[in-house]
Design a protein around this ligand. Structure first.
Ligand SMILES: Cc1cc2nc3c(=O)[nH]c(=O)nc-3n(C[C@H](O)[C@H](O)[C@H](O)COP(=O)(O)O)c2cc1C
Length: 182
């Protein structure tokens, strides 16, 4: 699959078959995460693979908008880089890098026929459930599995037109109607 096709075709998936994701597929997905860029190549991430049913149920309760029945999930833990790169830490770069790793995960999973979603989580609760120390952040928990139904293609109108997003040389304002998105 071309990367541009994966980018355009990927859909958020919230309903899953219960078939397990094979370990070799999971390995390929995490392999793609490790190649994401990060500040000074600090690679400030760890991935927790969760398959335990009880833990998954507890986690689902920490993502109010995201009740789902995934057979597994990946929690993305972010390590601080304060000691060596305080400015980068202060402006949130480890989390930005983590989000880039998540995108790699989502696109590779999609290429391999696996559905994912970004769940907005109650971080303190997730950290407690997964035994993540206070000094680390948890970015998201990604539910993952084979989609229950074939995801539909995006409509062209699912995203704003390119012309509406482009500014030249300086910020020239937002297109009319855009504010309605929020
Ligand atoms: C930072 C972020 C947070 C999100 N939080 C949630 C969420 O809490 N619940 C949910 O169902 N989807 C969540 N999503 C998924 C978006 O709703 C979804 O990506 C968007 O509607 C576009 O759909 P698509 O991914 O199928 O193109 C989130 C996505 C991002 C990038």
């Amino acid at each position: 699959m071309e990367i541009t096709d994966a980018i355009k075709q990927r859909r958020v998936v919230k309903e899953f078959k219960q078939d397990p994701v094979p370990d070799d597929i999971l390995y390929r997905i995490i392999e793609s995460a490790r190649w994401a860029p990060s500040p000074f190549n600090t690679q400030p991430w760890e991935f927790i693979i969760i398959k335990n049913r009880k833990t998954l149920k507890k986690l689902a309760k920490c993502a109010p908008m995201h009740e789902c029945n995934a057979p597994m999930a990946i929690a993305v833990v972010i390590l601080p880089i304060t000691a060596r790169y305080p400015f980068h830490q202060q402006v949130g770069e480890p989390e930005h890098a983590g989000a880039m790793a998540v995108q790699n995960i989502m696109l590779t999973a999609w290429e391999l026929g696996i559905g994912t979603a970004w769940a907005t989580i109650e971080k303190d609760k997730v950290k407690q459930i997964l035994n993540i120390p206070d000094e680390f952040d948890v970015l998201t928990v990604i539910p993952m599995g084979y989609p229950l139904v074939e995801p539909s293609m995006h409509e062209e109108t699912d995203r704003l037109p390119v012309e509406d997003l482009m500014n030249f040389e300086e910020f020239t304002g937002i297109s009319e109607g855009r504010i309605m998105v929020y």
